[in-house]
Design a protein around this ligand. Structure first.
Ligand code: ADP
Ligand code: GLC
Length: 494
């Protein structure tokens, strides 16, 4: 199959969250089983500076695309690279006016005012790049609102044209909370007829909605876990689009993300103080914990349960629960490490906790890839009490690293973490702690449960071994995507 995957971020060229991990790992997994896969993403020169030295070579193809964005004609130079450790071609669209900035979508906490124009340009450039590069895809797979226009362009403008004879489109929703909703006049930038600006296709409460556009026009729609695919068809989780999703019920599939085990593997991870596997995890994790406590300036105390968190510090990730129970939490014999950035209120709270309780809490505000690996390895438990979670990757990294996740049973967290109830322990299926109610006292109680079990070495090591023994690689999920691709192609051909 010839597959083109497009995303506004892709590791190692750019990343703000899990989307970038998925946009690299899925193509690699598909290519490994013999498919011809290309990735198209924007070229962000300032962001790339941060990854200097670790990046594969980026060269010019000598080709450009010229696309209309409203009244403007805009050029995008096509650069070429490759996903490390694979033969997946990556094409980066270079347009400095839109993408040579210090952030991907936001600067100083504010969305760029021209985000719709930037990603309408990018979506059109994806179509044209696919054409001029002669990629002839069977599948054009778009992700999230930034590429929501791609399925619409496939259906309305490109279908049947040279290079797109059989092309079917798939659209994956990674987060319903970000919809790419803009004022209605931005419809003019899309270049599409106003007739598509209706409540079944591109319009939502009077606005242009690019997530809804992707959902409406794609041949098949997926999201990143089975539970989330059910949740988003309800008003509680649908963020205003539950109706649009229910109307695509038969074409909507939830496919759990996997883990790129070349990057996340405690046996080979180059950032760790000591590598380990399921059999050497006790010594390995002990050494990683000491190194982490030292690095973060916490007392080196192997007997104290160390809880890690690596996250965007936002409401989605449940930091308000932590805020509410922080007093009770700090009375406990535990250590906490936070890495991330996000809403100022939560950053301030976590910095204050570290300042006031330096022997218990360490907070790093910012983005730090090696430290994120060291936390996954050195922590005993991992905290993820999300309000909603389409899939979540860190709880899966935690399982693989023998770090026991404490999560709210929602979305992908419900699909990956099995609570340490007596029954699940007896079945040897338990791998963490999981609770349903989004309440701070319930979170606190679950942290206490975890701490009590941490003292029971036998049970704790059973939880670790169950997690480390699971196959969370992309193999299974990539297969499910292939089945969805087949269905999309079939829909096209009838
Ligand atoms: P989301 O995409 O909603 O933010 P995910 O769990 O799917 O959540 O993915 C988050 C990804 O970003 C993970 O790979 C995680 O390790 C990484 N990450 C988040 N914050 C940081 C940070 N401050 N430093 C390093 N990595 C981070
Ligand atoms: C989104 C979601 C997260 C998911 C990631 C990758 O950012 O918030 O749950 O894991 O996309 O699909």
């Amino acid at each position: 199959m010839r597959i083109v995957i497009t995303s506004s971020e892709v590791v190692p060229f750019s990343k703000t969250g899990g989307l970038a991990d998925v946009a690299a790992a899925l193509p690699k997994a598909l290519s490994l089983v013999g498919h011809e896969v290309s990735v198209i993403a924007p070229y962000y020169p300032q962001i790339l500076q941060q990854y200097r030295g670790t990046l594969p070579a980026i060269e010019s193809t000598g080709l450009s695309v010229y696309v209309s964005v409203g009244p403007k004609q805009v050029e995008g130079r096509i650069l070429r690279s490759v996903l490390p450790g694979s033969n997946v071609q990556v094409y980066l669209i270079d347009q400095p006016i839109y993408f040579d900035r210090s952030g991907l979508y936001v600067e100083n906490d504010q969305d760029f005012r021209d985000n719709s124009e930037r990603f309408i340009f990018f979506s059109r450039a994806v179509m044209e790049a696919t054409r001029v590069l002669g990629l002839n895809p069977d599948i054009l797979h778009a992700n999230d609102w930034q590429t929501g226009l791609v399925p619409a362009l496939t259906q309305i403008e490109y279908r049947g044209k040279p290079g797109f004879a059989q092309t079917a489109s798939v659209f994956t929703i990674h987060n319903m909370a970000f919809q790419g909703q803009f004022w209605h006049w931005d419809m003019l930038l899309t270049g599409l007829d106003w007739k598509y600006f209706n409540w079944r296709q591109m319009e939502c409460y009077g606005h242009l909605n690019l997530l809804k556009t992707g959902i409406s026009f794609a041949d098949m729609v997926t999201t990143v876990s089975p539970s989330y695919s059910r949740e988003i068809q309800t008003p509680e989780f649908g963020c205003g689009l539950s109706g649009a999703l229910s109307s695509r019920h038969d074409d909507l599939f939830g496919i759990l993300n996997g883990v790129d085990t070349e990057i996340w593997n405690p046996a080979t991870d180059p950032t760790l103080a000591r590598n380990y596997s399921i059999t050497s995890r006790e010594e390995g994790k002990r050494a990683c914990k000491v190194a982490l406590q030292q690095r973060m300036g916490l007392p080196v105390r192997p007997e104290v349960m160390l809880i890690g968190s690596i996250s965007r510090m936002t409401h989605q990730k449940g930091f308000q629960l932590l805020e509410q129970c922080s007093g009770m939490l700090l009375d406990q014999e535990i250590q906490l490490i936070f890495l991330g950035s996000g809403e100022l209120r939560f950053e301030e709270m976590l910095k204050k906790m570290a300042h006031d309780h330096p022997t218990k809490v360490a907070t790093t505000i910012g983005y730090d890839e090696p430290l994120s690996h060291q936390i996954e390895a050195g922590a005993d438990a991992f905290l993820m009490p999300s309000e909603f979670e389409p899939c979540g990757l860190n709880q899966m990294y935690s399982l693989i690293y023998g770090t026991v996740p404490i999560v709210r049973a929602v979305g992908g967290l419900a699909d990956t973490v099995v609570d340490a109830s007596e029954e699940n322990l007896a079945h040897r299926s338990a791998n963490g702690f999981s609770f349903r109610e989004f309440r701070s006292d319930v979170l606190f109680w679950n942290i206490c449960r975890a701490r009590a079990m941490f003292a029971d070495k036998l049970k704790w090591s059973q939880l670790q071994q169950t997690g480390m023994g699971q196959d969370l690689s992309w193999k299974h999920s990539a297969n499910q995507y292939l089945q969805v691709y087949e269905r999309a192609i079939h829909k096209q051909s009838v």
